[in-house]
Design a protein around this ligand. Sequence first.
Ligand code: ZN
Length: 413
Amino acid sequence: MNSWPTLYCPPLSPAINFKPLKVATVYGERSFAEFESARMYVCGITPYDATHLGHAATYLTFDLVNRYLRAAGTSVAFVENITDIDDPLLERATRDNLNWQDLAASQIDLYCSDMTALRILPPDSFVPATAVMDLVSTAISKMQANGFVYLVDNDLYFDISTFLSDLPIPLETALAIFAERGGDPQRVGKRHPLDPILWLANKPGEPGWSSVHGYGRPGWHIECAVIAARYLNSEDFMTSSSGNTLIELQGGGSDLIFPHHFMSAAQSKALTGKPFAFAYMHAGMVGLDGEKMSKSKGNLVFVSKLLADGVDPMTIRYALLTSHYSADRMWSNEILTSALSDISNLRESLSRELVAPTDSVISKMADCLADDLNTPAALKVLQEWHRETQNGAVGGSPGELARALDSLLGLAL
Ligand code: ZN
């Protein structure tokens, strides 16, 4: 599927000595030092509602990874999926009396325009789940042959028992989250309460696809495992073409640590025999004015609404960069106002002919990003440069700094 227009990332001058990107993950620190190329899979939206700031913060995080690795000379293959068939989408379509496909198409369009405004580099492949139904079915057959699949009534389940030692959280916590987020730990006939659904037999009135497993639709986790295998590996989609893992990076919001990323990784390993990702990175959640932002509270802040209200997308981007990506953070009007003031300062200094030295600023900014994407520290370096410029320091190149800001932080000022 078409995503959104690509962006030019200007080369950095002077040449920077890029440090290897290091990131903190649920399984410990990971360094991208050894990779000349990286395969990055980011879990995309379920298109039943507009892009809120939590989504924006997540996609911005992986955009920073993408920009840093590319600037440092690593080639990046980037795939993002769209969960365009799922319960929340069907429920919203029924509630609003809409055709579910029309609802999905309209929300995907809106998402793409939000990503364009925020200057997120587009994925190489933007893949709707509905485009891979045959591959999912083939993958399930292979996992069945490998002994990981069983039937409960007409539904197929994945046997998770072999993979429980990879759980990134205690089993008790996993069971509670699984029940909370639409899992079915109590269903009679399941071998383990955490076993996830692989293929759901069609329910009356719901869409489905024909397959050797009956008429129905897949579970969410297998879709991502299959899309990552197919679109980030060039040979047979069920075997990794190179490396010790199927891909280098899987990304998403921290609400995907369990069950989604854990289950996708387990299913991928059952399919290919290889560990799924070298690094699993997660962006923190965004709240509003001291409260969790959620659909049920009705306090979601939508990117499209901010843009319609005349907020400069670069101010939204800058405001999101003021917190560390992995931290749960609060959004408020004050954060936006402060970002606007910081951006105006930078624009003012960048428009001058004589500015404080910029080489060391660009290097320091890159070092901050290499250190687990420490954007708050990178922004401090920039504001310090602004103060020095205002105090009359000279010797820098505003053009070089502007290009570095564009390339590394995606800030076109
Ligand atoms: Zn996913």
